[in-house]
Ligand binder design. Structure first.
Ligand SMILES: [Zn+2]
Ligand SMILES: [Zn+2]
Length: 413
């Protein structure tokens, strides 16, 4: 956020230069069109850009956006092939908004997509990339009533249709026509009308944008946790120390559950402890994990709830072996297409085990997730272990592939 007019001029000058060179709409054009610009603000005695912001005027970011033809954005071209390219700055259509990205977070799903080169449901290359973001509105299209330039928002990565069978049966996460949006690793992002209407939320003033950007993954974690039907004091084992496993663990700890984190790496042990794990089991042996988790429960009976948050078949099978009679297993981690698992049907039937597999989130859960972040008990900062510029994105993903102790990196374009 710019501090003074001086800063603003420093920031806008190069942008104006670029715009002129590109022969596109310039800041002068913006003036002609009646938008307040930095110079305007200066001459009319506005003290700071902040004040312009609060008075609901077009902001400097808006001037920058309108004075520029192109922006830098990450384009996914295929397997492990991200390129930072100059692409047109998006313009808001009917019902859409344009957001200046304040922070975009790396995510396990993005890492999977980076490795595989595509995601059947979410992204087909070449395409803009990244889906966890928060930022400042710089343009609101015709018909947008709830958002105006200058406002801080978190825009979710998807929105349900509201009309299909699943939407009408309170299962919007399973919507037949879930609309996905990508392009968070960029200076600006267009938010489609449906996401503006259903899944874009105002960020309270005291919440940093990079924390607000956690809303999407946290919504998945809250959804998965609630779907497992927990209660305060329940013993919950979470297999997996990735970002979502750790989030689920933290949500469970905040809800008063006795949590057991099952992790592999040293960095994950520390993170699990910090996020409130009652016990941490560190092992890469499945047999040992099952044994150690059971040993933490009375008479080795097993946990009330076991959550699989890795997304590999061995861990799915492991989760079923950890749970007690009458307990619940949540297969929360999605495996690769075509994966099959082998389960002991006798154990599932005669031990009356409930199997669940929670996917994605709903608009109501997204609101809950942002409330949790804003509430102060949730340690949002613990999940963001690094910061990098857009130009460093390739390096960041390569590092994530090597299983570093990073949880999420905030990409600041
Ligand atoms: Zn994500
Ligand atoms: Zn639907």
């Amino acid at each position: 956020m710019p501090g003074s007019v001086k800063d603003v001029i420093k920031r806008v000058r190069p942008a104006v230069g670029t715009a002129i060179e590109a022969g596109r709409a310039t800041v002068e054009t913006a003036i002609e069109h009646g938008k307040a610009t930095v110079e305007d603000a200066l001459h009319h005695g506005r003290a700071t850009v902040e004040s312009a912001l609060h008075h609901g005027r077009a902001t400097v970011e808006t001037a920058i956006q309108q004075g520029r033809a192109t922006m830098q954005a990450a384009i996914l071209h295929g397997r492990e092939d991200i390129r930072i390219e100059s692409v047109p700055v998006p313009k808001a259509g009917v019902g859409e908004i344009i957001v200046r990205v304040g922070a975009a977070l790396t995510c396990g799903t993005d890492l999977k997509v980076f490795r595989r080169g595509y995601h059947a449901r979410m992204i087909v290359p070449p395409a803009l990339f990244g889906h966890e973001l928060a930022g400042t509105v710089v343009e609101a299209g015709e018909g947008v009533a709830d958002f105006a330039p200058g406002q801080r928002v978190v825009a979710l990565n998807s929105a349900p249709c509201g009309n299909c069978y699943f939407c009408q049966h309170n299962q919007e996460n399973l919507c037949d026509d879930l609309l996905f949006n990508n392009g968070a690793y960029a200076e600006f992002i267009r938010i489609p009308a449906r996401i503006v209407a259903k899944n874009t939320l105002h960020v309270p003033d005291h919440v940093p944008l990079e924390h607000a950007a956690l809303t999407e993954p946290l919504a998945c974690a809250v959804h998965g946790f609630e779907d497992s039907k927990p209660w305060p004091g329940a013993t919950v084992a979470i297999i997996g120390g990735g970002p979502l496993g750790l989030m689920m663990l933290h949500v469970g700890a905040l809800a008063g559950c006795e949590t057991i984190a099952v992790v592999k790496h040293d960095g994950q042990v520390e993170a699990a402890r910090q996020l409130g794990a009652t016990h941490v089991v560190q092992t890469s042996s499945i047999r040992k994990a099952i044994h150690d988790v059971r040993a933490l429960t009375p008479k080795d009976r097993g946990v009330d709830i076991a959550v699989e948050a890795v997304g590999v078949p061995d861990a799915w099978e492991e989760a079923v072996e950890m749970v007690r009679k009458g307990g619940t297993v949540n297969f929360f981690g999605g495996c690769a297409v075509g994966t099959r698992v082998t389960l002991d049907t006798n154990r599932i039937h005669y031990s009356d085990i409930t199997l669940r597999a929670t996917f994605h989130h709903t608009p109501a859960i997204c609101r809950k997730a942002l409330d949790l972040i804003a509430g102060g008990r949730f340690q949002a900062g613990a999940f963001i272990t690094g910061h990098a510029h857009l130009y460093e994105l390739n390096r960041v993903f390569e590092k994530l592939m090597n299983r570093s102790s990073e949880i999420k990196t905030a990409i600041v374009p």
